[in-house]
Design a protein around this ligand. Sequence first.
Ligand code: NAP
Ligand code: GLV
Length: 313
Amino acid sequence: MKVQLYVPDGRYDPWIEGFAEALPEAECVTWEGSRGEPADYAVVWRPPVEMLRGRTDLKAVFNLGAGVDGILRLRDEAPDALPAGVPIVRLDDAGMAAQMAEYVTHAVLRYFRKLDAYEAQQRAGTWKFLKPHRRADFTVGVMGVGTLGTHIARALAGFGFPVRGWSRTARAIEGVSGFYGDAGQSPFLDGLRVLVNVLPLTPQTENILNAGLFARLAQGAYVINVARGQHLVEEDLLAAVQAGQIGGATLDVFRTEPLPAEHPFWQEPRITITPHISALTLREDSIAQIAGKIRALRAGQPIAGVVDVQRGY
Ligand code: NAP
Ligand code: GLV
């Protein structure tokens, strides 16, 4: 059995060593070193279009992340970019859900406890009491309550915040008010104090964080985007923050990454920026999950995380 790897940074050794340990029955090779040779499985992150185009040898393609937009976008470059009938399998948690819950909970608590304002006061040498928010009024909405969003919503509910979740289809999560579909979007958004976006990037969700959506939230609401930069209309957010409609934002993802030095977000103190680190791909967990799924496929068993390419996630 041959596993072919592609990672954009070209740092293959730890991956090859990891697969050798977790899946000793496989020969693990780099795509660059085995171009044109058949393989059984591909393990990739943001592969070039030439890697998968027209392939008839592969039994599955494993994506080294939860979001599959980096693979599905290849169809824009070539209609036959993805091997026909070959399942694309995403990472399903693999240690990301706990990271996301930590990151988002930290951002919500920082805003709720006004720690960002106290940090600004410290810089100015000011000792001043700020009126706290009331927890019961502090409704947090999570857009996308799948693998990661469910974990985030549960963590926030654990702090006693009223939490809403929005999904495409109905989802029941204990302690979380559920909303779904287009009809559920307005009641989900109305009056939210914090909006968390953890949706997949699809044609339906691109640019979803825009001026019209911001206007539905409570005055001075906070926005947290941990999904994809293309979800956010960046100039709408900047205008809403400058107008006071949005109180601030924590952004982990951007339309252009790295965020260009001249981008106005860098100069806006109410926007907190991190470099796409809210949930990192953990090598050991990811290799263990993929090795387990390869074994399951070889035994003819079903696996979780198979992407619906028409739906886009
Ligand atoms: P997932 O399990 O597939 O969950 C996606 C959720 O979004 C589901 O609840 C789904 O609804 C909902 N959804 C999809 N399209 C929708 C629509 N049009 N309207 C309403 N709800 C919609 O995905 P996941 O594993 O939680 O990952 C989510 C995303 O997080 C990834 O796609 C990736 O972009 C992002 N991510 C970012 C980082 C980072 O470091 N910044 C790391 C990992 C992942 P249903 O439940 O009805 O299907
Ligand atoms: C990271 O952004 C992922 O989709 O896993």
